[in-house]
Design a protein. Structure first.
Length: 136
């Protein structure tokens, strides 16, 4: 192989990704736990990127609401398909994530910045605790 071909192949792989799955693609029911966690991380980025204490704006509400709903959907898939294969603490982290996501949806509907920040903190805590225990 020539260097040009190898570089072109690497660039194409970076642009398209190894699996070609978009993080916001509809869930198919065949994703691995790893793929679901990567999708969850992508969904949470807009939440974690917010400046603490920043007021909510009308322009960001749809994105934040979509993120919360995406996290709920992915978490439901994780609980349904993988919880029985993990210790009870895995389910506990998942339930905490669900609680935070539901609180986030309610806070966004109420346009309550303080409640939004608290819910994001709950989500972040659930993610961090699960990663600390299970992510190697």
């Amino acid at each position: 192989m020539t260097a040009r071909f190898v570089l072109s192949l690497c660039a194409l792989t970076l642009m398209l990704g190894c699996k070609g799955t978009r993080p916001d693609a509809p869930l198919t029911g065949s994703e691995s736990l790893h793929d679901l966690m990567e999708s969850m991380e992508s969904a949470a980025k807009p939440l974690f990127a917010r400046t603490a204490g920043a007021p909510l704006t009308e322009t960001e509400l749809p994105t934040l609401t979509a993120s919360a709903n995406r996290i709920l959907a992915i978490n439901a898939a994780v609980k349904t398909r993988f919880a029985s294969k993990h210790p009870a603490t895995f389910v506990g982290h998942s339930e905490q994530l669900e609680k935070g996501s539901q609180e986030l949806v309610a806070a966004l509907q109420a346009k309550d910045a303080a409640a939004t920040q608290a819910a994001v903190k709950t989500i972040d805590g659930a993610c961090g605790a699960c990663h600390k225990e299970f992510k190697q």
